[in-house]
Ligand binder design. Structure first.
Ligand SMILES: C[S@@+](CC[C@H](N)C(=O)[O-])C[C@H]1O[C@@H](n2cnc3c(N)ncnc32)[C@H](O)[C@@H]1O
Ligand code: SF4
Length: 436
């Protein structure tokens, strides 16, 4: 049976970003990742790093990330020092030594919350421990109101190649109601600085389904995004995970969901794809549109979806190394204490079975809208059309995808709700597991 669609936007997460689900990773499995760092690596596998900056000016009402607001300058500096210490310690691991970073991702929270001085120091000192490839893709997430021309120039100076700006919406009343720290003038100001400075790739994030969204406003929002001509536009459909302020409010006050239902959000997403196609954008995944599919690559995503080695740096960061999943401690005090005392901050891990690694790469690549069976035959020696014959047949019959020779291609209908389709490829024991 194909998954039933859930109409109202109730509390819960549907977005699939890994497999097996995070709730299956345990502290008891941490020795698996310790061992993976000691073992001789496959040096042909690309290696990158995800670096988490957990600070924000304000907590958005819809946000589910581990973030801290109102931290003083000393707390932030202490955190930067802990990151540097963690980087140094990881660089000494036998499986990391002698390898260089092909991609770097500064995520958050809000990396652009850090000062130019701290950013230069991170770049310089991490580079002293782990070599960054000349051509490394360096992605950097920004909240518009945290930027200045000087900070944008610092990003260029430290080698950022892909600036990602959290725009979310252009309507000030909507931005305010959803708890964003910025309003629209800050978006345009920041965007001008980014353009003026010049980066190989600029992405803007939008969310379909913010509280207060309407048909007319969404149309204007997508038109404005196209007018800005970024290389990449990412559109998320609003989710309400358990740890968001909105979910908390709904529970405490017994109110119904203030967010548009799923069919409406999917229609908005679909209209955005249609309109952006007239402005030269092509679909590169269920969330992303790019100007040029052949040249606008997103190394971090492509590597994440294909099992490359990703070192996790920072509180609550996720990594994947030599086939083992892991995550750092997710409270800043505990993370910093561990690093300060020279202990590993890794809190939970899981070594997926070869079959689980196959499922992981298959479901993540489904999010790109197309999967080639040939790739999986070459890498895993498995024909995914046979391995997943039942869900593929059901989802094809329901109009979510087509299978033509080796090519599995999602239809528009499938792409708009791809995350809800993926659980059917999971092992039975993980299908109903809460996804945190
Ligand atoms: C870490 S933030 C980006 C950088 C910066 N913190 C900011 O918000 O501008 C990553 C993105 O996740 C998306 N996001 C956060 N919470 C979400 C939710 N509940 N549903 C859908 N998308 C969400 C937003 O589009 C946000 O830009
Ligand atoms: S969406 Fe971005 S700015 Fe808002 S709380 Fe989350 S990480 Fe911070």
């Amino acid at each position: 049976m194909a998954t039933e669609t859930i109409a109202a936007t109730e509390v819960g997460s549907y977005f699939v970003s890994n497999y097996p689900p995070f709730s299956q990773w345990t502290r008891e499995n941490v020795p698996e990742i310790d061992e993976a760092f000691e073992r001789e690596p496959d040096r042909s596998v690309p290696m990158g790093v995800y670096l988490h900056i957990p600070f924000c000016r304000k907590r958005c009402r819809f946000c589910y990330f581990r973030v801290y607001t109102n931290q003083n300058a000393k707390a932030i500096e202490d955190y930067v020092q802990a990151l540097l210490k963690e980087a140094e310690s990881i660089s000494r691991k036998p499986a990391v030594q002698g390898r260089s970073l092909k991609f770097v991702y500064f995520g958050g929270g809000t990396p652009s919350y850090l000062s130019s001085k701290q950013l230069r120091s991170l770049r310089e000192r991490i580079g002293q421990h782990i070599h960054w490839d000349q051509g490394a893709e360096v992605t950097f997430e920004c909240e518009p109101g945290t930027l200045s021309l000087e900070k944008v120039q610092t990003l260029k100076e430290i080698g950022v190649t892909r600036v990602s700006l959290g725009v979310e919406n252009f309507n000030d009343a909507i931005l305010e109601e959803n708890g964003r720290a910025h309003l629209s003038p800050e978006i345009f100001r920041a965007y001008d600085w980014i353009r003026q400075t010049g980066f190989p790739q600029v992405n803007i994030d939008l969310i379909a389904g913010m509280i207060g969204e309407t048909d007319e406003n969404w149309t204007r929002c997508v038109e404005k995004a196209a007018e800005m001509e970024p290389d990449n536009i990412t559109i998320y459909q609003m989710e309400l995970p358990f740890n968001t302020l909105i979910a908390k409010d709904m529970k405490e006050h017994g109110i119904s969901s203030p967010v548009a239902d799923w069919p409406t959000k999917r229609r908005w997403m679909s209209e955005a794809i249609d309109y952006l196609a007239t402005r030269g954008y092509q679909v590169s995944s269920g969330n992303e549109l790019v100007r040029n599919l052949d040249t606008d690559h997103f190394q971090y995503r492509d590597n994440l979806f294909r099992g490359s080695d990703i070192l996790a740096l920072g509180v609550s960061s996720f990594g994947h190394f030599q086939g083992v999943h892991y995550q750092n401690l997710d409270r800043i005090e505990e993370y910093q204490k561990a690093v300060d005392e020279g202990r590993s901050p890794i809190n939970r891990a899981l070594r997926p079975t070869p079959h689980q690694l196959l499922i992981r790469e298959f479901v993540l690549q489904m999010k790109e809208g197309r999967v080639s069976a040939a790739t999986f035959r070459d890498k895993f020696g498995v024909d995914v059309r046979e391995e997943f014959s039942e869900p593929l047949r059901n989802q094809e019959a329901a109009g979510y995808l087509t299978v033509d020779g080796d090519e599995i291609t999602l239809t528009r209908k499938g792409l708009l709700q791809v995350d809800s389709l993926l659980h059917e490829y999971f092992e039975p024991q993980h299908r109903a597991v809460r996804y945190t």
